[in-house]
Each structure stands twice: as structure tokens, then as C-alpha cells.
Design a protein around this ligand. Structure first.
Ligand code: F6R
Length: 582
């Protein structure tokens, strides 16, 4: 999704602005731009495509101390230079994340008042609206505060105004995050804490429905009724090194390798159990989107040994008006900023639910509205495809369910051994790279693992991959099985192995292209003929941890298949890391 950065520093912002934008590249974008305010003049430079193009063509002699930048992920209007931010209206420059729901009405009104539009975006109305209020006699601050109250929807915006003072006016309504940072050079703003690495040693999140005047040495915050609000400063915990790719070809590959250490770190620290937090608890609702949803689904298998559990896709949940069983909602989100999850959580809280969030961003919007926050401590996840956050979420769910770290003591080591199977998995990937379709099968808890594996394959390699419950094959999908479609079958030697074996025979009988992922005990019982490939995973310390080990193999398979196909691994097409619009 879009990224915003802005700075007012004691010296030229040019050396800091573009690196800050680069740190937001991971969020996904199709065009980018910066605007500078220097000696009362606004200048801008915008490109379609990547930031390298922006820096390549940019005038080298810019020396402004106030500036802002934007990476755009198109919503209103195609990706193009004319739709890239910042947008201008006379003295006003605007960058914006989110959607102005009532932009059409505002645009019609502004057109009637003589404003000409240079883009197809909803954003441009904001710039013209502020300009309109200034022409009607408002000073810049009051024009800004009146304009933002006319906007409907969820948004974060930053604004510069020429022939006034060196300041950034910023506002946030609803879900899209916006932070203020302070550091030795001055104040900065960003839509993501990563944008403030290197320029700020302290940062503070703007609450929803608030706005601020940011200058080189202050940030004054107000709510929408004009009342002054304090900022809650936190120490900046992210550092340059934690956002580095090191010797890896891709962030994703690095983040996969980090997983055993992430789990080891979590195992070494106490995580409260649900029984400790809520001794009388009977029911748990799980909420998340995408990979976080699949983590929740796997967690359901351990939690339901003790509690009634309801699993909900956050993007579907809020609009169903479901009556929730009284209890605790566990909301899972790597970013803590996913609009669908925040919306679902607001609904759950309205229903009187206690909220525990599992996040990788402990100051995120989700964390800040939670009764308890469990921090994944996975470090920044830059690759768009979620990897280490997924396994960290799994452990936190297991811990909440009461699984003690001593049971998982050898888990990091087993995960490391699974990652060492990379050369074997790469051979599979080479053979599979030209496929158009794949099936991923699993039974029991291996079913949501298969779904997650299929999602990884889809998003990274653009191959259509479908996850199925193996037991469901004969209820329809068996019709797909022939000698052409590759089937990735998760078949651990667990309590339902015999049933799994039955499904494997069903496929063999139809000459299916079976790629089985199993363990030593499973491999010993596999049919001698009929498997195209068989990968033997290291044993998990306990079968309950199989999903962690299987996930290593499925992530590697998606990664190497995408690599073979020449796909953009860290930034798959059309996707964004932090999905801040519904
Ligand atoms: C897939 C992936 C997405 C996210 C989803 C939710 O690899 O990363 O499916 O899991 O967009 O994001 P968070 O966890 O930030 O709420």
C-alpha cells in the first residue's frame, strides 16, 4: 500500500528523503514522487515505476530542508505519472494514503467552482479543497483543519503550503497509520516506523481522527474538535542493520532463515497462557487475513482442545453482523495495520470481547486497541510474503493454548534441519517451474498448512495453486487428478496417517503426479510405486509441531519456484505488505 514520508530538518532533506522512501518500498507501489518546499517555492518530481527512476532523473542541486515523498499503490486512477503523488493545487502540496469516500461529490463541487483536475485520483480533491478554503480567507492551518473534516473515509495525509512557513500539516482519520519522529536533525513524519529509521530516535503514533502541525523543532497535535492532544513518545527500536538484506539475494530468503532464531527467542521468554490471563474463559474467537488467518487456523487445532473456538476471516467478518460467543478474541496481524482486521476487531470489541493481539509491531494500531499484546519479536519483515511472522504467530498461539517451551526445546533445531533441505526442494522447484496449476493437500492440521503453502506458491510464482483437505478429494476434486497436475501432499506420520495413506492410494490409482512431503516414519510406510517425488522432513520434537517443519519446506518450494520463473520475490506483482485499505 502507499507510503508517506516527510521531513523538516536543519539541513537539506535530500539525502534522507529518498532512503526513507526506499524503506517503504517493501509495502508495494507502482509510482513514486517527492515534493520540496524551498524559499517559498514548491517543486516536485514524480515517476511511474521504481524509485531508481526517481533518483536517476532528479535535479541534483535541490537543497530544501522541508520535503515529503510518496510511494503510490493505485486505487483511484491507473498507475501513471499524472496520478502519482504529491498532488498540487496552487500553494498546496498533498500526499495521501487511504481513500476519500466522498471524493466524487467534493470533486463535482470543486469543478463547479472552477478547479481543473490534473489527475484521476481522489487525493487531488484534498489539495483543491485546502486551496479553496485559503482563497476564502482561512489561514493555512484553519484551511487544512476545515478541509480534513469534510473528507469521509479512512486516510493519512501530509501537506506542505508555500508562502507560509516551513511546516508539515498532517492528519489521520481511521485506520491508516501515521507517525511523527524526532531526531538530531529535526522532525519527520511517516506512515510506517521503517520510514523513520536513521532520522528519528523517538517516535509517536498519531491517534485516529487527529491532525498536527509539525515544524523543525515541534509537533503540535489536535483532535478533530480542535483540542490539543499529547504525543506518546517511544524509543525507536528499529535500526539500519535490522532492515538490511545482508548477503542474501532476497529479504524473503533471509527472513526464512531467521525463523529458527525467532522461535528460539520466543521460547526463551515467558508467554502468558490464556488460562493465566482469563481463568474463567470458555470461548476464543480467532481473526486474521491471509497468512495470519492460516496461522490462526493452525492455532485452532491446539486451542480447541481446551476452549470453544470460532475462526473468522477478518475481511468477511465485520459485515455479517454475527453474534459472538462471549469470551476473548485473538487478532493476528504481522503489521498490526491491516484495515480488514482492524475493522473486524472494532466489531468484536463492540460485542464486548476482550482483545489479545499477536503482532510484529507492538505500537501498531491493532496493538494500541488491545487488552493484551503479544509481540512476535520477529524483527522487520520486509519481503511481502509473510514467513517468519507466520511461524512466530504459530508459537504464540501454541503458548497461549498452554503448550510449554520445554516441549518445543528442539524445535528451532528441527526447523534448521528442514531449511537445509533447500537443494532437494530447489530440484523440485526446477521441475515444477513451468506448471500452470498445482494442488496442495493435507489432512487434519496439515490442511491449513497446505492452504498456506498454496498461498505462498500463488503470490510468489503466480502459479495457480489450490489447497484442499485430502479427505475432501472424493467429494469432488478427485476429478482434477490426472497425469498432468502436480500434487504436493503433506503426509506426516501422525495420528491420522492411515487415512492420509488412503488418500494417497486414491491418487496413485488415478496416476496422479504425487509429490509427497513426509517424515522418516511416514516414508517407511509409503507405497513403493506411484510417487513422483518424496521429501523426508526431519522429525518434529512432537507431532504437534509438524506445521512448523512442513512450513519450512513449503516456503522454500514457493521461493525457488518463483526464482526459477524470474518473479519479483520480495515484491510480488499487485501485492502490498501492509494492506491499509479494506
Ligand atoms: C501472504 C501475506 C498476507 C498477509 C495478510 C495479512 O504472504 O503476507 O496474506 O498475511 O495481508 O497481513 P497482516 O498479518 O499484516 O495483518
Amino acid at each position: 500500500m502507499c507510503g508517506i514520508v516527510g521531513m523538516i530538518h536543519a539541513e537539506s532533506v535530500m539525502t534522507a528523503l529518498v532512503p526513507a522512501l526506499r524503506r517503504l518500498e517493501y509495502r508495494g507501489y507502482d509510482s513514486a514522487g517527492i515534493a520540496l518546499l524551498d524559499q517559498n517555492q514548491l517543486t516536485r518530481h514524480r515517476v511511474l515505476g521504481v524509485l531508481d527512476q526517481l533518483t536517476g532523473d532528479m535535479p541534483k542541486d535541490w537543497d530544501a530542508k522541508t520535503g515529503m515523498g510518496h510511494t503510490r499503490w493505485a486505487t483511484h486512477g491507473e498507475p501513471s505519472v499524472r496520478n502519482a503523488h504529491p498532488h498540487f493545487s496552487h500553494r498546496v502540496a498533498i500526499v495521501h494514503n487511504g481513500i476519500v469516500d466522498n471524493f466524487q461529490t467534493l470533486k463535482t463541487d470543486l469543478l463547479n467552482k472552477g478547479y481543473a483536475f490534473a489527475s484521476d485520483t481522489d487525493t487531488e480533491v484534498i489539495a483543491h479543497l485546502i486551496d479553496l478554503h485559503m482563497t476564502q480567507g482561512h489561514d493555512p492551518v484553519s484551511a487544512f483543519s476545515v478541509a480534513i473534516q469534510q473528507l469521509e473515509g479512512n486516510f493519512a495525509i501530509a501537506c506542505m503550503i508555500s508562502h507560509w512557513q516551513d511546516a508539515l500539516l498532517v492528519a489521520r482519520r481511521g485506520t491508516p497509520p501515521l507517525l511523527v519522529g524526532k531526531g538530531p536533525m529535526g522532525y519527520s513524519i511517516a506512515s510506517d516506523a521503517l520510514g523513520l529509521v536513521d532520522v528519528s530516535d523517538h517516535l509517536a503514533y498519531l491517534e485516529g481522527d487527529s491532525w498536527a502541525i509539525v515544524t523543525q523543532d515541534s509537533a503540535k497535535v489536535y483532535d478533530f474538535s480542535g483540542e490539543r492532544k499529547p504525543l506518546n513518545w517511544q524509543k525507536q527500536m528499529l535500526h539500519h542493520q535490522s532492515c538490511n538484506q545482508g548477503d542474501y539475494a532476497h529479504f524473503m530468503r533471509k527472513e526464512m532463515d531467521e525463523q529458527p532464531d525467532v522461535i528460539a527467542r520466543l521460547l526463551s521468554q515467558p508467554t502468558p497462557t490464556l488460562a493465566q490471563l482469563y481463568p474463567d474463559l470458555n470461548h476464543v474467537s480467532l481473526l486474521g487475513c491471509g497468512t495470519s488467518f492460516y496461522a490462526a487456523w493452525i492455532g485452532k487445532y491446539v486451542l480447541e482442545q481446551r476452549y470453544g473456538v470460532t475462526l473468522e476471516l477478518a475481511s468477511e467478518f465485520s459485515y455479517r453482523h454475527a453474534i459472538m460467543s462471549p469470551g476473548v478474541t485473538l487478532a493476528l496481524s504481522q503489521s498490526g495495520e491491516t484495515a480488514d482486521t482492524l475493522k473486524a476487531v472494532a466489531y468484536a470489541k463492540n460485542q464486548g470481547q476482550k482483545l489479545i493481539s499477536l503482532v510484529n509491531a507492538p505500537y501498531s494500531s491493532l496493538a494500541r486497541c488491545s487488552d493484551h499484546v503479544l509481540d512476535m519479536q520477529a524483527g522487520p519483515e520486509i519481503g511481502v510474503a509473510s514467513t517468519k511472522a507466520f511461524t512466530a504467530q504459530l508459537w504464540l498461539l501454541f503458548a497461549l493454548a498452554g503448550i510449554t517451551p520445554d516441549r518445543a526445546q528442539h524445535l528451532p533445531q528441527s526447523m534448521r534441519q528442514a531449511l537445509q533441505l533447500a537443494p532437494d526442494i530447489r530440484r523440485w522447484a526446477t521441475a515444477l517451474a513451468d506448471e500452470s496449476n498445482m494442488l496442495y493437500l493435507g489432512r487434519g492440521v496439515s490442511y491449513p498448512v497446505a492452504l498456506e503453502g498454496a498461498l505462498k506458491m500463488k503470490e510468489l510464482s503466480y502459479i495457480h495453486a489450490e489447497g484442499l483437505a485430502a479427505g475432501e478429494l472424493k467429494h469432488g476434486s478427485l476429478a482434477l487428478v490426472d497425469q498432468t497436475i502436480p500434487i504436493i501432499f503433506l503426509a506426516p506420520h501422525d495420528a491420522i496417517f492411515d487415512k492420509t495413506l488412503g488418500n494417497i492410494h486414491e491418487i496413485i490409482a488415478r496416476k496422479g503426479r504425487l509429490h509427497v512431503i513426509t517424515d522418516q516414519a511416514g516414508a517407511e510406510k509409503m507405497p513403493a510405486v506411484g510417487l513422483t517425488q518424496c521429501l523426508i522432513l526431519p522429525d518434529a520434537p512432537d507431532p504437534i509441531f509438524n506445521p512448523f517443519i512442513q512450513t519450512m519446506a513449503l516456503q522454500l518450494l514457493a521461493y525457488y519456484t518463483a526464482l526459477e520463473r524470474g518473479c519479483s520475490i520480495d515484491k510480488p506483482r499487485n501485492l502490498a505488505k501492509s494492506v491499509t485499505v479494506e
